[in-house]
Design a protein around this ligand. Sequence first.
Ligand SMILES: [Zn+2]
Length: 439
Amino acid sequence: MANYALVNCNLIDGKKAGIQPAMTLLIRSGKIFAVGRSEDIKDTSGYKTIDLGGKYVLPGLINAHMHLPLTGKGTKASSAGASQERLLKILKTRIGRSLLLGMMKTNAAAQLHSGVTTCRSMGDLFYTDIKLRNMVNSGKAPGPRLLVSGPIITPTGGHGRNFGVVADSPWEVRRAVRRNIQEQVDVIKIASTGGVTDALKLGEAGRPTMSLEEVTAACVEAHMAGLMVASHAESTEGVRIALKAGVDTIEHGASLDDEMIELFLHNPKSLRGYSSLIPTLYPAITIGNLDSSITYMTDVQIKNSVMVYEGMISGMKTAVKAGIKVGLGTDASTPFVTQYNTWRELEFVIKYAGMSAQRAIDSATRINAEIMGIDDVTGTLEADKASDLIVVQKNPLEDIRSLKEVSMVMHGELFIDKPKFKTIPEVDRAIDSISFMDS
Ligand SMILES: [Zn+2]
């Protein structure tokens, strides 16, 4: 097992703002042993020295909301409807399930090679994400650190009903949570409101679909086992119900009022006394702005998408101002959200929500780690944490697009020089056409 000395780098450590020039990191057995100025750490004997020649080192990115099954290629099957049902039928077979695990392995590897060293899987099929997490943990598959939710818990007619566990009434919800805990999930994912792809009427995306009693049941049961609850919530009323019930992370989000801000900051029913927000601008902005001829979305889905991202952006701005922990996730697997372009979400939060590049990087590293409760292990580059880091050529604080080309990834004991992944050129072209960084 090699020990590495990364010398002569510009460091963004995830703790301090800005760049620290001429720095050295000593890595021993997958952990950071020391970080300091190159002139202070001269003795690198016993380490394999890598001179980074002024390249930029930052913490490995954390994707706090993603799904492992699909590539993000825009197909009819990735939106709700008959073709999705057909795909699900195939996946349910034995061959289908092993195909699914294979696709998820490839997707996890793409996340890692594109610079993401931790992912939170927020809704899966047949508990395959648990299988994959265990394979990654035991070194049988390369991949980022995985925190997984297993299947989403949703009510009859709710968001994700085609692939989730359907539960109505507080006791059914409790049973579903218990089942997921028995299967060894890391977090409970519920859908307390509708979503864009399954809304049939304009304005319906985000309609509350779980009662306060049902969401409370999920929280009480999960918290008893020490697990957090993440809820898909895309309307103000939906977010309010989730917060009142004690949900720990609001996924996606909507515009917030004072009562909700207070509940985020001090949430007595949450696991840790506060709740956090994980916006995912990427899918909503994409579906809302790309032409239906390439997204296969209906007019209602497109208009609902615009409504959802406007609410999400408003909520996120309010939350940042109020000091609420705001993380970052891409919702990979949804149409046009690939497994290799987490950097796009950073671009979108900068452009659409007015975040600074520094803040976007903080959200994707340290803040995501805090929200997920793994900040003792990863999220910043300091002694005793995992050596989860990426190397890029140009300064990401000046141009976030430098994260698109990662020249090196380290994730614990894995060291990947010149990472590689398969791209989907038509998706990249489509997103480039609605990317506004240059405007
Ligand atoms: Zn999602």
